[in-house]
Design a protein around this ligand. Structure first.
Ligand code: ZN
Length: 274
């Protein structure tokens, strides 16, 4: 029965596509928090030493790097030199951030001791109280210090960027941005480094001006591709059931048609002898 075979394969395709969509959505949602649980449990430490670095702004800085720089570095198969301050090793909160397990909107878990929390801010507090021994605030390890260059205000969605532009601040940020480009992508270190150097200036540094005209991240980033996939999946989720319904209705019509033909031919046979 070719009709039934077609229907079955259409159904299989529908299931496969929906499953791949779910996989893409789950991956984009969970991100790097995935492989974290398997790491060794580290001993907690009660002593709290004062850390003069904003966790929230460090997170925003990392988000900017991860979304608007890493995809392009992956394409070039480039790795940061150790002296580069954008390097994940130079983020004092990275180890803790990687030990956040995010189940859903109201369930966060500590990857070290598996304790559960209702919101990310409580988990942050827990890290500060219990696992602060992991925070090594050595020289140059505060990613938040690079926020001026990395447009952190844009990443912190609830905070609007300042409306009034200060030429002195813009110049300082531009200078910091260029020094990051020089130390992270030295132009004498090969083609990839010099291409990324140029890219970094366009993507992060050009927008540090009061003249206007250039916006941050003109080359796009990871988020856009994710959004594109999500939109595509949403579209497929709507269209696939519709497609299957059409196939189903079409087959029902075919079956009805063939039954009618049989009935007519039977009537024809019966009528013949008379
Ligand atoms: Zn813990």
């Amino acid at each position: 029965m070719p009709g039934r075979e077609d229907g079955r394969s259409a159904y299989l395709v529908a299931i496969l596509l929906s499953a791949s969509c779910l996989f893409v959505v789950a991956r984009s949602h969970q991100g790097f928090h995935d492989a974290v649980g398997s790491r060794n449990l580290l001993k907690s430490n009660e002593h709290t030493h004062q850390v003069h670095c904003s966790r929230e702004r460090s997170r925003a800085a990392w988000k900017a790097i991860d979304e608007y720089l890493m995809p392009f570095m992956e394409k070039e198969k480039y790795e940061f030199p150790s002296k580069c301050r954008l390097c994940p090793d130079n983020d004092m909160f990275r180890e803790q951030e990687q030990h956040k397990i995010h189940f859903d909107i109201s369930e966060w878990r500590c990857g070290f001791c598996k304790k559960a929390f209702r919101a990310e801010k409580f988990l942050d507090q827990h890290f500060e109280n219990r696992h602060n021994n992991l925070v090594d605030d050595g020289h140059g390890r505060c990613l938040a210090d690079l926020c001026g260059a990395l447009h952190c205000d844009l990443m912190l969605e609830f905070k609007k960027p300042k409306t009034k532009c200060s030429a002195a601040v813009a110049a300082r940020n531009h200078h910091l941005c260029e020094s990051l480009a020089d130390s992270c992508f030295p132009i004498n270190q090969g083609h990839s480094a010099s291409r990324l150097h140029e890219f970094f200036l366009r993507q992060f540094c050009d927008a540090h001006t009061c003249r206007g005209g250039s916006k941050p991240f003109p080359k796009g980033g990871r988020k856009e591709t994710n959004r594109f996939y999500l939109a595509l999946c949403a579209l497929l989720a709507v269209l696939l059931p519709l497609f299957y319904l059409i196939v189903f209705l079409h087959q029902r019509e075919l079956k009805k048609g063939s039954q009618n033909v049989r009935r007519i031919s039977k009537i024809g046979h019966k009528k013949k002898p008379t």
